[in-house]
Design a protein around this ligand. Structure first.
Ligand code: OGA
Ligand code: MN
Length: 278
């Protein structure tokens, strides 16, 4: 279903039952956005960390224009062949003539924050659903704010000054030097503290008063805590969904997809302009 141009009827922000996520209704992202719609969207992303738009019909240019609300779309580090606009990255399990048309395949993708292993990690990401299988491939987001807030006060104090190293699981994708970020980061726009550990990328936690066995146990505990069900919003995709999220206060995970089923998504990415800070 196509929505009408955004001026013609009221825009609604509908929260999920989860500690993060909201759906915005009444905006057609293929049309130029009014000032008021733009500020509702920006505020919703700040308040809810993950924002869903259903029933969109977007060109690559529409998706890039939408992404520019939040900063400058980056060309992804992993090159892809195929005919598409720079800044668009294909996430798909589809193969044509024996060649994958996109990246990330059909397997499960464990909880991560985009590009956490880079000195300037991803800030905002958008994902637009072009083809969605009947089953599988749901994406869940975890709130880093809720995870931090739920830690006991002693653990919150213990995490002050601790740093976590992050590596991509594919060695070639890592920068030459291992990247470290604070275990607890302060979001640059909200000033809220968020737990920044990811099961997929975080390798070690380090701090002056931590022995190696204590550090290993602490990281294991934190990565399990960060993805408890109570901190999650799970999104079941429909074709025409556009989801935008803030990687600075969330992680996400994708369920596996049947290798035979077609799933095709288009992706944009903005990078942080300064390293995460405590
Ligand atoms: C991504 C990603 C998950 C999905 O594009 O960064 O993790 O559901 N995608 O495709
Ligand atoms: Mn991702």
């Amino acid at each position: 279903m196509r929505t009408k141009p955004d001026e013609s009827y009221p825009v609604e922000v509908v929260e999920t039952d989860a500690p993060l996520g909201a759906e915005i209704r009444g905006i057609d992202l293929s049309q130029p956005l009014s000032e008021s719609s733009s500020s509702i969207i920006r505020q919703a992303l700040i308040d809810h960390c993950v924002v869903v738009f259903r029933g969109q019909n977007l060109s690559e240019q529409n998706q890039l224009d939408f992404t520019k609300l939040f900063g400058k779309p980056e060309v992804h580090r992993r090159a892809q062949s195929g005919d598409k606009l720079p800044g668009i990255f294909i996430v798909s399990n589809v193969t044509e003539n024996g060649q994958a048309i996109g990246s990330l395949g059909h397997g499960e993708i464990g909880f991560h924050s985009d590009l956490a292993y880079m000195p300037l990690p991803g800030s905002i990401s958008t994902l637009y659903a072009v083809e969605i299988p009947q089953q599988g491939g749901a994406t869940s987001w975890a709130s880093g704010y809720a995870a931090y807030d739920a830690l006991d006060a002693a653990t919150q104090r213990r995490l002050a000054g601790k740093r976590v190293s992050h590596r991509h699981t594919t060695e070639e994708l890592n920068p030459a030097v291992t990247t470290e970020h604070p275990a607890v980061c302060t979001h640059p726009e909200t000033g809220r503290k968020t737990l920044f550990v990811t099961p997929l990328f975080s390798r070690k936690i380090r701090g002056d008063d931590l022995s190696q066995p204590d550090a290993d146990a602490l990281l294991e505990r934190l990565t399990a805590h960060a993805v408890e069900d109570r901190f999650l919003y799970q999104h079941t995709w429909r074709e025409g969904d556009l989801v935008v999220w803030d990687n600075r206060c969330t992680m996400h995970r994708r369920e596996p997809i049947d290798a035979q089923a077609r799933r095709l998504m288009k992706r944009t990415q903005i990078l942080s302009t300064s390293p995460p800070s405590e």
